[in-house]
Write a protein that binds this ligand. Structure first.
Ligand SMILES: [Zn+2]
Length: 236
């Protein structure tokens, strides 16, 4: 066993010995799954050599993740607007950041109108123009939901607000108002947006979704790449 690599031993063990019982030969699929069942996924994995690469914990979590129609934080049905604005943590966050109460029309607008309001607002909060705060807050909120789903750890409002304020102050200090002027401008701006490589030995999942309210259809998809930017897998 010390002289032959374990992967070779496994392949030898997987070979069926010649039998004398006179049965017909059968077509067998040797790569995983080991029950001989063929699938496109196992063929692709075998051809690109993924079966020899141990999966990371994160990949196992992603592959075994079961989505649900219900919010992971409260008993209400999960919608984009619920996740972004109406879930209890999000609701409390916006009330505190935007300095409004429950009766404000901020909480009764539909999704397109609500996005338009936030992206066009030039109110200054924590030294930063609101439409920039809006993006920072949504990003922090989304990270909180990921931590809740994948690590089963909920986030309290005070640390979330603290994190958003720290990011806003850092941006306000670092960019010295240049990007704020950009966001305040009513003229179209050309911004270069590109994919950023994850840290060494990490993988990155980029995903997006779309919903048609007129047809009640929704779709989503994603792609996972390694720290070289090489494709690992995708889903839709
Ligand atoms: Zn909720």
């Amino acid at each position: 066993m010390d002289l032959v690599p374990a992967s070779i031993v496994d392949k030898i063990v997987a070979l069926h010995p010649i039998s004398n019982d006179g049965n017909q030969d059968l077509m067998m699929w040797l790569p995983p799954p080991p029950d001989g069942t063929f699938s496109v996924a196992s063929a692709y994995s075998f051809l690109v050599g993924f079966h020899d690469i141990p999966r990371s914990h994160l990949a196992e979590v992603i592959w075994s993740w079961k989505d649900s129609d219900h919010c992971p934080r409260c008993p209400l049905t999960k919608t984009a607007l619920h996740a972004c604005r109406d879930c209890p943590l999000a609701h409390a966050m916006w009330k505190s950041l935007f300095q409004i109460d429950d009766s404000h029309h901020f909480f009764s607008m539909d999704l397109p109108s609500w996005c338009r309001l936030n992206l066009q607002c030039s109110k200054i909060i924590i030294g930063v123009v609101w439409n920039l705060v809006f993006g920072i807050a949504e990003d922090s909120l989304w990270q909180c939901r990921n931590i809740l789903i994948f690590e089963n750890t909920d986030t309290d409002l005070p640390p979330l607000l603290h994190e958003i304020a720290a990011k806003c102050r850092s941006i306000a200090k670092g960019l010295k108002g240049s990007i704020q002027a950009l966001f305040r401008s009513t003229q179209p701006n050309n911004l270069i947006i590109r994919w950023v490589f994850p840290d060494f030995d990490w993988i990155k999942l980029n995903m997006d979704g779309a919903f048609s309210s007129s047809k009640s259809l929704a779709a989503r998809g994603g792609v996972v790449r390694d720290h070289h930017g090489a494709f690992i897998f995708a889903f839709s």
